[in-house]
Design a protein around this ligand. Sequence first.
Ligand SMILES: *Cc1c(COP(=O)(O)O)cnc(C)c1O
Length: 229
Amino acid sequence: MIADNINIVSEKIAERCDNIGRKLSEITVVAVSKTNPLSAIREAFSAGLTNFGENKAQELRDKNSELELNVNWHFIGHLQTNKVKYVIEPSTLIHSVDSTKLADEINTRAELIGKVQNILLEVNTSGEVSKFGLQNEAEVIEITDYINTLKNVNLKGLMTMAPYTADVNEIRKCFVGLRNLKDKLVKIGYNLSDLSMGMTNDYEIAIEEGSTILRIGSAIFGERNYKGK
Ligand SMILES: *Cc1c(COP(=O)(O)O)cnc(C)c1O
């Protein structure tokens, strides 16, 4: 079933890229495996996926230590500074940096293990109070300038979550907002390349608006069951 889902998602991504003249190679699919067992990750890996996303620090740590496969882990959830120690070694990319304090802790922990940690800044493009992330351009520029002074943190780009809604225009507005912000920062000299945006509900819109990293969970693994785990 997971392999079938991956085929369906891959075809949709390829078709959308084709329609708008984007290269498939510009897009990375992160399979969001949170709450799903290792067996599901193994199945997705067998079907060709190598990037997996988790939103809980201990869950990422535990899955990494139990999994025999060489996968790329992405930390995509809200990260408390006291939990950086769990994700720093396994994470290929931390998507959700939203404070200088967190960037500092990542820098310290990365230095301890001799690593330069790739990160993204999470931006709240929807204005929803329930969402984490930096609130505006000024905040993004301030933290970007700070991160550029840190030796063991490498800022690769921006991440956002659109609201969960059927209103396509509202979703698109968030993605356009993130892309415009990145383009503006690039124009004034910052070196950012990635846009992490697009989930099960909205990844096709995200592709149209320039996403380079899709974070897809339920379309690959099925509906999550938070109870009884
Ligand atoms: C759970 C989660 C996803 C994946 O959500 P789906 O709707 O299942 O695709 C993507 N990004 C973040 C930050 C998440 O927490």
